[in-house]
Each structure stands twice: as structure tokens, then as C-alpha cells.
Design a protein around this ligand. Sequence first.
Ligand code: ARG
Length: 458
Amino acid sequence: MWGGRFASGPDAIMTEINASIDVDRRLYAQDIAASKAHAAMLAKQGIISRDDGAKIAHGLDTILSEIESGRFRFKRALEDIHMNVEARLADLIGPAAGRLHTARSRNDQVATDFRLWVRDAIDAIDRGLAGYQRALAETALAHAATVMPGFTHLQTAQPVTFGHHLLAYVEMAARDRGRFADARKRLNENPLGSAALAGTSFRLDRTLTSRLLGFDRPTANSLDAVSDRDFVIETLAAASITAMHLSRFAEEIVIWCSPLAGLLRLSDRFTTGSSIMPQKRNPDAAELVRAKTGRIFAALQGLLVVMKGLPLAYQKDMQEDKESAMEALAALTLCIAAMTGMVRDMKPDVARMREAAGAGYATATDLADWLVRTLKMPFREAHHVTGRIVAAAEKAGVALEALPLAAMRAVEPRITRKVYDVLSPERSVRSRVTHGGTAPANVTRAAKAWLKRLGARR
Ligand code: ARG
């Protein structure tokens, strides 16, 4: 394709390091779509004949079906997807194929193809995240009043509801979707027509190719257009933050499923057994979601490093943008599906959650608040008094709600029987009615609002 002035072919090692076809063959659909748009525009502008334009379009359709049916023979000697497609086009339609590359370079071609590919990946991830949110919100609605211990420092802190905990992840996923949507907006400009780096002398209609490919507008600067990979980096940044969120939840699932906690059970569908210990039920899917975060972060870091020293415009280094990005986005898609599956599969042990929520003096804050509200005690003093009552309960080996009134009065004589109203985990969560608080009524309202926003579709 470019060998006109070359006397001999490349060394085998040169071919080996140079070829990207094993990776960029996955851009075939985008490459063909972009070529069809380019050819249609060239024909409309009178840069190539209508007849050649039609031959090219027809040939490209044939190639698409050859690739999709597995009949296409990819050749490493042809380096990449662009040259594989063009060479096959020449086989199919003859000399007219040579007109397709008018006013185009592989530099604007690959930038266009990969933008289209990343855009599709973003759309698929967004659909996945919406399904994940729906699974979370449905489970949250079912467990709006299921009491569980809330933790800080992994120490029992205050009772919360399981539904409230799940809705926290719905919020995270909403921000994740916002970041992908944001990246998509900036991504959606058309590099085609920037040619190698300087634009071209042909009178192109870049607005037409933009419209044909679903781009909002043509890119404004040809040098920037062929050397920019921000759209991949931003998407990987959004993917990294999403993966970090999924990993946190995966970690919680692992902890909750441990017999030490016993708060949750996953079925056989999302656990594996041990080859030596027959009693085991390992949360492998959650562990792997946690682990795959590593390669997703690595893809972001890797591409930042590839790009950081590159002068304008295109450099071959940029060919290294695809492999780990594609792999990372595929890993993320799989992680989202696995988390969605686990959310739909998980069975909280409601009795164990209730028991754990009542243990560890989780309602101590409720007692302190009662002292403030009823006895008009300054909070700092109430905190101290409560501490002494907790110590008394600990010494007696009972929960706060089981400590006799006399024992409380020994610490603070003005305490009345009324105090028991606030000491159960159910009362505790029911009282947390502030906007965004864990009260079951809030959780029900928020879960329903999310389900309405997300639509009923599964
Ligand atoms: N395979 C190349 C890539 O992925 C296509 C662009 C090649 N451009 C060039 N001037 N060699 O980046």
C-alpha cells in the first residue's frame, strides 16, 4: 500500500512489531462504516464518480458480510484493519478501490474508527449500569425496612437499612453514568477529513460525514484531531472510577458472606466450591470483580504513559492505545454484569442482620440524642453519660435495650422508662428521617423514584 519507494520488504521482526491487525480487526464494523461515509461524501462532492462511489459502497458491504460470516482472511502482512479492508476491496472491485483513500490518511481513519468503537462501548456500559441500578433499586425496595448494622472503621456504628445501603451504590452508579455521558459528549466529534495532519486540498464536506456517522460536528483542528486520544483516556478514567465502586461493593459482599459476618448468602449460581474443603462456598465472582479493577486502572495508567511524551501529530506509539483499552472496557462490562447478577441473587440473612444491628451498642447515639432532646443535656455531656451506660451494659453482658432502668438511673437519675422507645434498631432507623437518611420511608421513596427514572425494563 505504501511500498512505492521501498526496494525490499520488511524484516519478519518488523512485521511482528508493526502489525496491529490482531487487535484492530475488532474495529472492522467502524472502519467499514467510516469508509462508506467517506466514499459517499467524495461522490457527492464530485471528487470521485458516482459510479465509483457505488462500487466502493457495494464492495464494502460484501467485505462486512465476509468478516461477519468468518470468511474473511486477515493478513498480518497488511498491518492493520484499514489496509486489510482496502486490499480486499481492490480484489473485489478493481481500480475503483484505489480512489477510496483520496483525501484521507490512516491517521484520521484510525482516530475516527476508534472514536466510533469507544462510543459503542460507552453505550453498552451505560445500558449495563442502568440494569445494575435497577437490580439494586428493586432489591432496596424489597428491603427498605430490613435493619442491618452500619459500619465505620468496620466497627458497628449505627443501624441502617439494607435498602439504604444498596441505594448508596445506585448513587455511585449514577455518577459513573454521568462521567461516561460526559466523555461521550466530548468524544462525539468527527476527525475524518483531517487527513494525515494538515487537512486536505480536496473540497470535503465534513459536516456530511459527521452526520452519516452520528457525530455532532467535525473536529476543529486537524493536528489535534489525529493526535488526540483523550476520548480513550477519559473513558478509561470513567471506567476506573466505576470499577473502583464495583470493587468496594464486591469487597463488602466478600465480607458479608464470610461466616464471621454471616449477613449475606449467594447461591450456587455465583459461588464456587473448593476442591479439597467440601463445606466451602467461595464468592469468586465478587473476588474477581475486585481483582479486575487492577487491569482497568492499568489500562488508564498505560495509555497516559504512552501519550505523555508525544509531540504532535500522529506517532506510531498511538497504535498501542487499543489493546488494553478494549480489554479493560470488556472487563468492566463483565464486572457490571457479574455485580448485577449477584445483586439479583443475593439473600440477606434478615434475622442475622437484625441481631448484628442490635449488638455492639449500635443505638448508643440514639440514647445520647434522647438525653439531649428530653433532658436538654449538652451533646458532649450526653455522649459521656451514654458512654458510662454502655460500659454498665457491657459489664452486665446485655444489649442497651435489655439494661434495667435502675442501672441507667445509677448513671443519670433523670432517665425515664421512655428511653427504651429509642433503643431498638427498628426505632433507630425509623427516626433517621432527614433528607438522605436511612428511615424506611425515605428508602422506599428513593427506591421508587429511582425505578421510575430507570424505567421498568429489566
Ligand atoms: N494501525 C495504525 C494505528 O492503529 C493506523 C494508523 C497508521 N498510521 C501511520 N501513519 N502509520 O495507529
